[in-house]
Design a protein around this ligand. Structure first.
Ligand code: C5P
Length: 424
């Protein structure tokens, strides 16, 4: 399961392809931008069409390809002004010498040069050409003009060229270009979330996954928790602008984008790191971890040998992490989880009070279709009495969607009874 925010919703890219052998690489750029969730429209100059056909780009982008400026049919579809308004970014790759010169001079004699002048969005150019043409004074002069005009220039790579020369002028690899575009939108998205997100200026600490309680050097007691709910919450909190620390038990999940992850194994380690996080400043503590209730009283120094028909291992109670944090003086907003197989709501409401939580999300793990190993969940959320917020049912949905609804609920409760933010 992937938690990186690689999918950028509702962003439009115009990929303009100009005449150069690197045009073949642009087909892959379209693929990668589509993979990242962008809507892509391709504009081609006449020169580009000598290297690769519009049909290729139409098939890959799923949109008509724009090639003409003064074609009544094309203008009736999406004309150059509309196209310019549609775009969130204009990426010219490859950008030929001729195109750079036109942009620098402000010419408007074809669709792309006109589009450039009509665009308000950021313009990126990825020049690709013979190394001698790249080094030519006129090209460098035009590039300087474009940089002064606010155009972002993606520097060409050095290496062997299609013409046999070796030097600067190769278009960067398509994956690299798509990655740079995606990163730009991620950073913009994050900057907005950090200012205006539901959890802006909050440090959220989340425990996730199971704990492992050693029996001897090779054996342990654990449970089936996969950590998916906690990791989904970490991604959702980050998307809502929070700084997120994820204290993870042993799970095989990728760390969500932008999230700080600290791996732990036992409940005692999880408590120790949680307390450290509290000391360093924590505004919201979310306990999704399935912490082992008991640990082995005395962990054997060496592997226990097979002997009689029975083996008795004495267990002692583990600390309750969420309850311990809730008792501290510098108490964050506390969110607990309850996984039950019967009397789900009654048990959850009891834990809310007993553990002194602000909010608890409970689910029925006896249902085979949701919970532990599933990618989906359904929950009921209870708030402490002081919040005057009725219980809230979250219908079956992906753990990511449930996480977003939980973030919403946390933010509403926080707004009702604001606890001063660490950074406000
Ligand atoms: O008591 P129970 O394990 O059902 O409570 C569940 C909630 O308490 C979860 O939020 C879980 O992460 C937290 N918990 C904890 N430390 C424990 C046991 C549970 O933080 N030792």
């Amino acid at each position: 399961m992937s938690f990186n925010l690689s999918v950028i919703p509702n962003k439009n890219i115009i990929l303009a392809v100009t005449g150069g052998i690197a045009a073949y690489k642009s087909a892959i750029v379209v693929r990668r931008l589509k993979d990242a969730g962008f809507d892509v429209r391709v504009v081609m100059t006449a020169g580009a069409q000598a290297f690769i056909t519009p049909l290729t780009f139409q098939a890959l982008s799923g949109n008509p390809v724009h090639t003409e400026l003064l074609n009544p049919e094309a203008e009736a579809g999406m004309g150059h002004i509309e196209l310019a308004r549609w775009a969130d970014l204009l990426l010219v790759a490859p950008a030929s010498c001729d195109t750079l010169a036109k942009f620098a001079a402000g010419l408007a004699d074809d669709l792309l040069s006109t589009l450039y002048l009509a665009s308000k969005c950021p313009v990126w150019v990825a020049p690709a050409m013979n190394q001698q043409m790249w080094a030519a004074k006129a090209t460098q002069r035009n590039l300087n003009t474009l940089v002064d005009d606010g155009v972002h220039v993606i520097m060409p790579d050095a290496g062997s060229q299609a013409c046999g020369d070796v030097g600067l002028g190769r278009m960067p690899e398509p994956e690299d270009l798509a990655q740079q575009v995606t990163q730009y939108f991620h950073q913009a998205q994050r900057a907005t979330a950090e200012k205006f997100g539901l959890l802006a200026h909050q440090h959220v600490v989340i425990t996730a996954g199971p704990t492992r309680e050693a029996i001897d050097p090779v054996r342990y007691i654990s449970n089936h928790s996969t950590g998916k709910m906690g990791f989904s919450l970490a991604a959702a909190c980050y998307a809502a602008g929070a700084e997120v620390t994820l204290i993870a038990g042993p799970v095989s999940l990728d760390t969500p984008n932008g999230v700080r992850r600290i791996n732990v194994s036992s409940a005692q380690e999880m408590l120790k790191v949680s307390m450290q996080m509290l000391d360093s400043g924590c505004d919201i503590f979310i306990a999704t971890a399935a912490v082992a209730d008991y640990r082995v009283a005395e962990v054997a120094e060496h592997k226990i040998k097979k002997a009689g028909d029975e083996l008795n291992v004495a267990l002692i109670k583990n600390p309750d992490i969420v309850a311990t944090i809730a008792q501290q003086l510098k108490r964050p907003f506390m969110v607990g989880f309850a996984a039950e197989t019967q009397n789900v709501e009654a048990y959850a409401a009891g834990k809310l009070v007993a553990k002194k939580l602000d909010m608890i999300a409970c689910n029925d793990v006896s249902r085979a279709d949701i919970g532990f190993a599933s990618d989906e969940n359904a929950m009921t959320v209870f708030f402490a009495e002081s919040y005057d917020m009725p219980k809230r049912d979250l219908d079956k949905a992906s753990k990511q969607q449930i996480a977003e609804q939980l973030v919403q609920a946390i933010s509403e409760a926080r707004n009702q009874q604001p606890i001063p933010s660490r950074k406000a």
